[in-house]
Design a protein around this ligand. Structure first.
Ligand SMILES: *[C@@H]1O[C@H](CO)[C@@H](O)[C@H](O)[C@H]1NC(C)=O
Length: 162
């Protein structure tokens, strides 16, 4: 729980810092467009180590999964950030690998924390959408209405900004 709170705190500070420093790099100071889609997965897993407390026992989680696409420029003519239908299908395809699965079996030797799964989903969705989307992708997994983890990174080919 302390680890989770620390993670939430770090994310909160990152948000506050970027709000006070809109020119910060790495997408932290994003001021352009965004488009978000939402899906969910139901999984089972357990963690290893006393620091995980009761979560050492096998338990289930239904994650709400938010994918947010951020960019400074809309795609010409279509005036969209990303094709929402295609993006939704790509996210669903990525999540289908994990839905109703025991993550311990898919990732042996790993503690499949919320943050860990954010990066897994980010990498797989980024690989799928990189042809059609250039910008920042943020994957956020809500483990309840009280807590979430996120992973954010740049996607697609670098566009030179003169
Ligand atoms: C999970 O994390 C604990 C604490 O850091 C560690 O001791 C353990 O080896 C990890 N388990 C796996 C399967 O990686």
């Amino acid at each position: 729980m302390m680890r989770l709170l620390a993670m939430v705190w770090v994310c909160l500070m990152a948000v506050l810092t970027s709000a006070h420093n809109p020119t910060a790099g790495g997408g932290g100071g994003h001021k352009g467009y965004s488009l978000g889609i939402r899906d969910s997965i139901m999984i089972a897993h357990s963690f290893e180590g006393p620091q995980f407390g009761p979560a050492q026992e096998m338990h289930g989680a239904t994650y709400t999964v938010d994918a947010e696409f951020k960019t400074d420029a809309l795609v010409e003519k279509s005036n969209w950030v990303v094709d929402i239908g295609a993006a939704s299908e790509m996210l669903a395809a990525v999540l289908s690998k994990y839905n109703f699965k025991n993550l311990n079996e898919i990732f042996p030797g790993q503690n499949t924390t919320t943050e860990f799964m954010c990066k897994v989903i980010f990498d797989e969705l980024a690989a799928k959408c990189g042809k059609d989307f250039h910008g920042t992708l943020c994957i956020k997994l809500w483990e309840s209405h009280k807590a979430w983890g996120c992973y954010e990174g740049d996607v697609g080919e670098e566009v030179d900004e003169a």
